[in-house]
Design a protein around this ligand. Structure first.
Ligand code: SAM
Length: 307
């Protein structure tokens, strides 16, 4: 068996000896209410406490792929997006799945004359993130009816479309609201092969990450090209970011290992926290394995609306 698969099994056995995460395997489809509840329960205990105080809810990236403790790698996405806004002089921007609004807050401050709109099932912006040039829609990004056709210069989505099992509908809606020549940027994770071709171990690896994040199924990366073509987009950039994320993902795994050095105290803490928070330890731990073994991929797509 390949070394990475053996490592996944070893890591599974180790983490399972520390915490009971069997509930992760018992799931039906997640509803929008499930997703909202997950983000409500994890906002402070997880994303703020161990993630980012500013409210970013995405993984760290760096161009050199090096991880140094204590450095902030969470503004990578927004700095790239900021470059795109400035290069193209975009004025009207939409963020899909804006979450706590940290991305928009950062960009709105740097681009005070640009209008930002964010849509999320649970847009949980702090007061400090509510800037005058940000407006919010509480809703589902499969339906952008509150936004006029051909009105937006630029749409971006960071680690949120993975929650959709109907991405073609999102591409259709984004095409409708974008002006011709407008850009659509997506940072997200996918499966690297069709679901049906996963081995039993790979299926377990994918399920651990998906269910811990309350998402139904990572989509096969090969399907994305169809949504792009079917909805009249062209590809400006499609970048596999494995080398830019892998060391950061391993740093999360190492951090979790360190927490368990607190022994009985951390085990007790794990017994007390809500299952949404406990379950999150699992995908955060295993993301490094699944990307390393090329079961999952993390991509940046920059797409252009052709017509
Ligand atoms: C991992 S968080 C990313 C948040 C934000 N993009 C960021 O980078 O900080 C995923 C977000 O997607 C939102 N989401 C999931 N499904 C959605 C849907 N159908 N419509 C709108 N938002 C959705 C969740 O509520 C959550 O805020």
């Amino acid at each position: 068996m390949e070394e990475y698969k053996k490592k996944l099994i070893r890591d599974f056995v180790w983490l399972r000896s520390k915490i009971n995460f069997d509930f992760i395997f018992n799931k039906d489809q997640f509803t929008h209410d499930d997703i909202k509840r997950y983000y409500k329960k994890t906002k402070y205990l997880l994303y703020r406490l161990v993630g980012s105080n500013e409210g970013y809810m995405h993984i760290d990236i760096s161009d050199d792929g090096i991880h140094k403790n204590g450095k902030n790698y969470q503004t990578y996405h927004v700095n790239k997006i900021d470059e795109i806004i400035k290069q193209n002089n975009f004025k009207n921007i939409l963020e899909l799945g804006c979450g706590q609004g940290a991305n928009m807050a950062y960009l709105a401050k740097k681009n005070p004359s640009v209008k930002f709109t964010g849509i999320d099932l649970y847009p949980s912006l702090d007061k400090k993130n509510r800037k005058y040039n940000i407006s919010l829609i509480e809703g589902d990004y499969h339906n952008l009816e509150k936004i006029e056709s051909n009105s937006i210069d630029f749409v971006y989505a960071i680690e949120t479309l993975c929650y959709s099992i109907n991405k073609n509908q999102i591409f259709k809606e984004v095409n409708r609201v974008l002006k011709k020549g407008g850009l659509f940027v997506i940072y997200d994770a996918y499966l690297n092969k069709p679901r049906k071709q996963l081995s039993e171990i790979e299926e377990i690896g994918a399920t651990l990450v998906e269910n811990g994040y309350y998402l139904d199924e990572f989509e096969y990366i090969g399907n994305i090209d169809n949504y792009i073509k079917n909805n009249n987009f062209s590809i400006v950039i499609a970048e596999n970011m494995k080398n830019k994320v892998i060391n950061h993902l391993y740093s999360y795994q190492n951090r979790i290992k360190k927490y368990f050095k607190f022994g009985i105290f951390f085990k007790l803490f794990c017994k007390l926290i809500p299952k949404e928070v406990l379950g999150n330890i699992v995908p955060v731990y295993f993301m490094a394995n699944t990307i390393e073994m090329n079961l999952s991929v993390y991509y940046c797509h920059i797409l252009k609306k052709e017509k």
